[in-house]
Design a protein around this ligand. Sequence first.
Ligand code: MIG
Length: 662
Amino acid sequence: MIKKYVYGSPVKTGATVMEIAAEGGDPAVFAVERGERYSFSCALGEKDRVYGLGEQVRGINKRGWKYEGWNTDDPIITEGRTALYASHNFIVVCGARTFGVFFDCAGRVQFDIGYTRRDALSVTTEDADVYLIEGEDINAIIHEFRTLIGRSYIPPRWAFGYGQSRWGYQSEEDIMEVVEGYANSDLPLDMIYLDIDYMERFKDFTVDRTRFPDLKGLAARLKARGIRLVPIIDAAVKAEPGYSVFEEGVARGYFCKDAAGDPFIVGVWPGDSALPDVLNEDARRWFGEQYRVLLDCGIEGFWNDMNEPTIFYSRRRLEHTIDNASSWQGKSLALGDYNRLIASFTGLQNNPLDYKEFYHETEQGRIVHERVHNLYGYYMTRSAAEYFEEYAPEKRFLLFSRSSYIGMHRYGGVWTGDNASWWSHILLNLKMLPSLNMCGFLYCGADLGGFGGDTTEELLLRWLALGVFTPLMRNHATNGSRLQECYRFTDMQAFRNVLGVRYTILPYLYSEFVRCALRGEMLFRPLAFVYDDERSAHVEDQLLFGDSVMIAPVYEENAMGRYVYLPEEMKLIRMKGGSYTEEILSCGDHFIEVPVDEVVFFLRPGKVMPIAAPADCVERMDGALRWLQFIQQPTAYELCEDDGISPIRGEECLRRVVVEPQ
Ligand code: MIG
């Protein structure tokens, strides 16, 4: 049961798809205080656990820390952070009393989940719609929430292949070198990503003709080999006279404006730039249409970046800062003054004061950015998705974004931003998955191998051994870091084994994904959502993957394997490429040896799993299925069979197959 409570006059965010009449009073579970902000608090019982918040730091159980819904581009992702690139303000308190609550507020939302006091939870918001969701158990509550927010995005089937990315591919030659690198090492590849260097001086919707003389031809040649080229689009548009996207946007008033009504100029990669006002319906349609230049080149997928939106500087604050700095010319600086001088420059980036200085022209009137900050990435992505549907209604496109808000899950997926080549980030990747799924984001993944810093062969292999299960499976790294394409390393057979597992399990991954999207279920669940025992309630490094499988990846360096907790008897599967061994293990703790060239997972009793033979890309898979099984009697499985391209409108694509025990 869902109840809605309205505080103040919140901006409509587009998070939900159901009209619910507002209740009077306050949700019974909270003590509510009204001041400058609204505050909602309740006691936490000794054993209560709190789940949710989507893309966030720390545990699957969020208890013990403070978090913020405030989309932030800061690439140093440590435990001390409180906000990442996305705001997913949905939590479920689970214990003596179990309930879900969604704080639908596009401004700053603060969660204190047993941080100030271990026995108390408090959330503060600006004007907000607050939804209280009650149900039989946590799964019922989440399912109800997913009904409220609408069906998750389903990408084309090829988007479940493996992709390679790197910030720094400069030219067609660079791209071809990577493609041949994979092919020559006999490694699969479905996607290769273009980062900002394909553009002409970082101008959205342009292609640098000297380095990419024939993007259309390149896209076609790659597609003939089953590989898609996936370019990046940045939020900000270069402010340059003569650049049609900028000039048209200015002429039509489609950029965010300052108080005087002029485009608000910010610095991002192209230098001075303007932010398309994606919260304005006309501007949103217009921005979406710009993707056409690339769609006409045969491009079928995009990643949207810098849409927190990132502001390296605002023109105005930069001028002011430079003036201020020059006033120090020739003067001696005491340490405090020196520090202030430096801070005046470092503080230019994503300065919260800038968010008070520009506006969106929405159907709900003129709104200052800070009140709707968390919606920017959502609406940038929606603008593309809505246009794709107009451009080719018979086709699904790949689309994912860095910044997001609940509601965007209907239009695209997410990657979880600038992680690092740290072992702890494998585990963080795992922990985010169920939280993201709760909030509707099913198509998601992290930069495998780590974005920042230098990876190692072992780190990459172990990370890929988790990545084979994540819907978005992309190896991506930053400019200047160690080259991270699989073929750069030594043990090619190990990479073949691990990447091959992705293709082997693809029929299962795809079927589970589509079913979960259609039915509002989670692809990745914490053990606590499925098993009732006390141990399962606290497991933070294993997950259920779909209905049939449990995963427990290795996330420590130089490990021989790891301890795995089995809440019930399970069948251990050790997989290399398309071959595997099976072993039944009893309920309880086991030390599982895991060589780096192997992927292990566990099949649940009474369950089956469709698998295929590996191939060098999704389109070349032969369609023949085999079944992994741990059953005593004939068991039904819902297999997704569609063309992988046409929009999926209903459950017709799911076929019930009965598997006989063998
Ligand atoms: O300020 O386009 O998260 O994936 O490679 C950095 C360059 C901008 C941030 C993205 C990252 C991408 C990078 N971008």
